[in-house]
Design a protein. Structure first.
Length: 577
């Protein structure tokens, strides 16, 4: 083992295993707690080793001090249950004297980030000359053992790994790892294993385009295709997933089809092709591929697979695909199957709820978040997302109640404050909206959507000072000139038009439309009305725009007949075009 400040972890890691261990070697890379004292109390031989940003160097130092014929390597946050300790004892009794076998164990990583993920890892190997770890990060010994002619045996012995729980910890470790890998690549730019690890690390921090470029070097290399069949499969499958994330669906499909053409039979190909077809809107293809996946089997390999995700996601895709095809009976059947799957974690429900929100499937998102809450995911985040789903699905009062529950958990939940403020504004409860928005701005002053709505509220409530304050803050947020005196509503209207143009340049169309509406509301001239309608037409939001136009003209006491005025405005715009 290599450790640093693991005093709390050593006893639960080592104590259950002592009956099958002949010696314990621990390399300490700089502990400042009682790690060494605890290790020695457990009977370990402890050696100091200065950390040098090289995991292989530390692992190899532990091998240097070992004396047994076979080595089991562990991390301090590994846990092995009693039934698996017994299996290790049985395996040990059958170790060949020729020291020509190494053993993969099944690693289960149960975390708050991903739920349960499973992968195979080579954890037991013979101590022989030439058997050492390689790679500064994500160290591995597999290739060295292969070169020695050692047979690889897969077992069902399970290790539960408990590390990297919090998202911020995952990100911090990934950035550390990336720095180490980049330095190693500078010295060895053609190392395929380093490119593979760089790709995985980049994907872990959502830098998918860069991850694809590194992985392309791996999957396109003849050595990978011809001599490393399992490695090639894992690398290609990962690259296809990342291509989907950047919406390069054509390349993703090409990669998945290539695996099948090269006689890879694993049903994970069907799983990811089903996901791909669903994202592309090919619902017949998605149904076909997910059905194939559910009928087949897959192998847990060197790359972690999320067990919860593989149990749930096929039924999620089938549920929504049948809904899209207008087959509600089959859709409800798939939803029932989805909800009945065993879960080790509610993360899957929450992630699928988030995806439904992004796709505008608000009723479905609400179902998923409500189920997550029923199963124990009671937090400000879950209630905030449930509130948004319910509100957008037309269940306004239930949405409001969910936002209020989120704020009861965390009064500073920014998304709950802003969404509840927008909901109150929609219901013309402007005093409550103002309260929510001011609380939100105290947490994050540059919320442009909030300041735009407050501008409308202050104008309608005849509060010129409040309007002027919001206008000034918006100009500041958008880096627009603001050191001058505004002497009329017409001049202030021009400023909101400038904001709209600036927001369009930034690619923020919906906010730009709100700014153009304020420009019109402050001074409802025909040219400003035309600009608002043109922009709303381009964004497909004419119905929203005409509702706001009617409100604005009514505020100014100007009659507006929706059908007649709508047609007249569209005719004028069409003739100008």
């Amino acid at each position: 083992m290599i450790v640093k400040n693991e005093a709390q972890n050593l006893d639960p890691c080592i104590q259950p295993l002592k009956s099958v261990l002949d010696e314990i070697v621990i390399i300490d890379t700089g502990s400042t707690d009682s790690t060494q004292e605890v290790a020695k109390r457990l009977g370990a031989k402890v050696f100091d080793f200065p950390w040098c940003d090289d995991f292989s160097a530390a692992r190899n130092e532990s091998i240097r001090h070992a004396t047994g014929d076979y080595i089991l390597w562990l991390d301090a946050d590994d846990r092995i249950a009693s039934e698996d300790v017994k299996k290790i004892g049985q395996l040990k009794a059958a170790f060949p004297k020729a020291k020509d076998e190494a053993y993969f164990l099944m690693v289960s990583n149960l975390s708050l980030v991903d739920g349960e993920t499973l992968f195979q890892q080579l954890r037991i190997f013979p101590r022989r000359k030439g058997a050492f770890f390689e790679g500064r990060i994500h160290e591995q010994i597999h290739h060295r053992l292969q070169s020695l002619g050692i047979k690889m045996i897969h077992t069902d012995i399970r290790i539960c790994h408990q590390g990297y729980h919090a998202p911020e910890e995952v990100a911090q470790k990934s950035l550390r790892n990336l720095r180490i890998i980049e330095r190693a690549l500078e010295a060895d730019p053609d190392n395929l294993f380093l490119h593979f690890q760089a790709a995985r690390t980049l994907a872990g921090i959502s830098r998918f385009k860069s991850a694809v470029e590194h992985m392309r070097k791996v999957v396109d290399h003849p050595q990978t295709r011809e001599k490393e069949r399992h490695f090639f499969f894992d690398a290609t499958l990962l690259m296809a997933q990342w291509c989907m994330e950047i919406e390069d669906f054509e390349e993703a499909l090409c990669l998945l089809n290539r695996l099948e053409e090269w006689n890879h039979k694993d049903s994970l190909i069907h799983f990811y092709r089903g996901d791909l077809f669903y994202r592309m809107g090919n619902f017949d293809g998605a149904i076909r591929e997910m059905a194939f996946f559910l009928q087949g089997s897959y192998q847990v390999g060197l790359i972690p697979v999320n067990a919860d995700w593989l149990r749930h996601y096929p039924y999620y895709v089938l549920w929504l695909s049948y809904l899209k095809k207008g087959e509600p009976d089959l859709a409800n059947k798939m939803l029932s199957q989805f909800m009945s799957q065993p879960r080790t974690h509610t993360k899957c429900l929450e992630e699928l709820g988030r995806r439904c929100l992004q796709k505008g499937q608000f009723d479905e998102a609400a179902i998923l978040y409500q189920r997550a809450i029923e199963e124990g995911s009671v937090s400000d985040t879950t209630y905030t997302n449930l509130g948004l789903a319910l509100w957008k699905a037309g269940q306004v009062e239930n949405g409001k109640a969910a936002f209020e529950k989120a704020l009861a958990f965390n009064p500073m939940r920014l998304e709950a404050l802003t969404n509840l403020g927008h909901l109150y504004h929609q219901q013309k409860e402007d005093l409550r909206a103002r309260d929510c928005f001011h609380r939100a701005l105290s947490l994050k002053p540059d919320l442009i959507d909030v300041r735009l709505v407050l501008s409308e509220i202050f104008f309608r409530s005849l509060d010129p000072d409040g309007l002027a304050e919001q206008c000034n803050e918006l100009l500041k947020c958008l880096d627009l000139p603001r050191h001058f005196i505004v002497e009329s509503l017409d001049e202030m209207s021009d400023l909101y038009e400038q904001m709209g143009k600036s927001l369009l340049e930034r690619g923020q169309g919906p906010l730009a439309l709100m700014a153009f509406y304020l420009c019109f509301l402050l001074n409802p001239t025909p040219s400003r009305l035309k600009r608002l309608v043109e922009e709303a037409t381009g964004q497909g939001r004419l119905e929203w725009a005409f509702g706001k136009i009617e409100e604005g003209l009514s505020f100014h006491g100007i009659p507006f007949t929706r059908e007649e005025e709508t047609q007249r405005l569209l005719d004028v715009i069409a003739s100008d075009a």
